[in-house]
Ligand binder design. Structure first.
Ligand code: SR1
Ligand code: MG
Length: 406
């Protein structure tokens, strides 16, 4: 991708004029209100809404730097990848992603459906909202995407074309550093270790040579295992929820990588919600109900994913060799090993690394935050080290229960 001039929208008025030009049905410019609603690390997100009719659209624009840090100069091509991948996922699971209306390479932005009646899952979990469709719908999304973009559901020639189209080296470099390297080396001193836990982190993370070796093996899988068009950053901030529906957003880190990366990110981030609730909620019925649901949900995501993956495999696999008895189970075992390993790495990196999560960094009480971090580190280490024997939902629930002693 050649260098391209990067000019961000300069005012809300400019965004309104732009949106109105692309979608005149929104109404006249005087009726439109624009609000910047981006709360992520990288992009600018605008909602343009007609105050009278309620018609609205979301515009997501990529700049050439991260909002959260100047450490990463970023390609704006990630905006193309994101828009195209949402559209592609939409052909596989139409109800589980937003509709993309328009992509504009010159303005490095795209326009999509406003999911105004949804909320970010991380926020819903922090409000202790129970969602009874999440596990089933995310498992459907994962099984569909991870099968249908892989060598099982796609012809090799098409898959190789897709690998080129979505190579995404700059965004992968961020994950190579933040997920697989810095949490174990603190190279560049960019980790954000909570001072009261520094000795603990130095002993349990930096000082654990077995953990470092397993993280290195997982890094080589990330670099070499071109299995499926993965989302690449499927944490609970990349999922919108409503009581009856979920939508996956933000696949700007998408590339052909190990399928277990996405499943692992979902699990790791659900575990953060679990730890936060376990540590900060007052004992009582609400806490018990929420933790029971979350614990079941973690197990269900794994078990439903396996079920749907194997069902889908039977329908999708056409290659004579891949239809060999035992192949589907062998392939799934590899995905599950990566799932546990990545869930563990996500927990470690979001605790000690540069990019944290609100469930940990938002805990004000020093003692409670220390406890939450230690739980996350211990769960993370076990998931990484025991990844080859964590094969079903009950295995994850057991690890959670053993570490939190609940
Ligand atoms: C510099 S980007 C930091 C983090 O935010 C994104 O959502 C990814 O998780 C990345 O690691
Ligand atoms: Mg994101």
């Amino acid at each position: 991708m050649k260098d391209q001039a990067v000019t961000l929208f300069q005012s809300e008025k400019e965004v309104i004029a732009y949106a109105q030009g692309i979608i005149p049905q929104l109404g006249s410019a005087e009726q439109l209100i624009c609000t910047e609603i981006g709360d992520g690390n990288l992009n600018f997100v605008y909602r343009v809404k007609n105050a009278m009719t309620g018609a609205s659209v979301i515009i997501k624009q990529a700049g050439d730097f991260a909002r959260s840090t100047q450490d990463y100069k970023l390609t704006i091509d990630r905006n193309r990848i994101e828009a195209e991948v949402i559209r592609y996922y939409g052909t596989l699971t139409p109800t589980l992603v937003p509709k993309v209306y328009h992509y504009d390479a010159d303005k490095h932005c795209y326009l999509m459906e406003d999911l105004g009646d949804y909320e970010i899952f991380r926020k819903a979990l922090l409000k202790r909202e129970i969602n009874s469709v999440f596990s089933d719908q995310i498992a459907t999304f994962l099984a569909n995407v991870l099968l249908k973009t892989s060598c099982i559901g796609m012809e090799p020639m098409q898959k190789r074309e897709m690998e080129k189209r979505y190579a995404n080296p700059e965004l992968c470099k961020i994950s190579e550093d933040l997920v697989f390297t810095d949490p174990f080396t603190d190279a560049g001193g960019t980790n954000r270790v909570f001072e009261p836990n520094r000795d603990y982190v130095e002993r349990e993370v930096y000082g654990d040579t077995e953990l470092r070796l397993e993280a290195a093996k997982l890094k080589s899988r990330y670099l070499n295992q071109s299995e499926a068009l993965i989302h690449g950053d499927l944490h609970t901030g990349s999922i919108f929820v409503r009581p009856d529906s979920i939508k996956v957003i933000d696949p700007e880190f998408a590339f052909y990588g190990p399928a277990g990366y996405d499943v692992g990110n979902v699990i790791g981030n659900l575990a953060f919600a679990y730890i936060n609730a376990a540590v900060t909620m007052d004992d009582g019925v609400e806490k018990k109900t929420f933790l029971t649901w979350l614990n079941q949900t973690i197990g269900e995501v794994i078990d439903l994913f396996c079920e749907k993956f194997l069902q889908g495999f039977a329908k999708e696999a056409t290659d004579v060799m891949m239809r060999t008895d035992g192949f589907a189970e062998w392939y799934l075992a590899g995905v599950l090993s990566d799932t546990a390993g990545i869930a563990g790495l996500e927990m470690l990196r979001r605790t000690v690394g540069e990019a944290g999560v609100e469930e940990i960094r938002g805990i004000d009480d020093v003692q409670l935050r220390c406890s939450a971090e230690r739980y996350a580190i211990q769960i993370g280490k076990r998931l990484v080290k025991e990844r080859d024997v964590l094969n079903c939902g009950a295995d994850y629930r057991r690890v959670l229960a053993e570490v939190l002693q609940q």
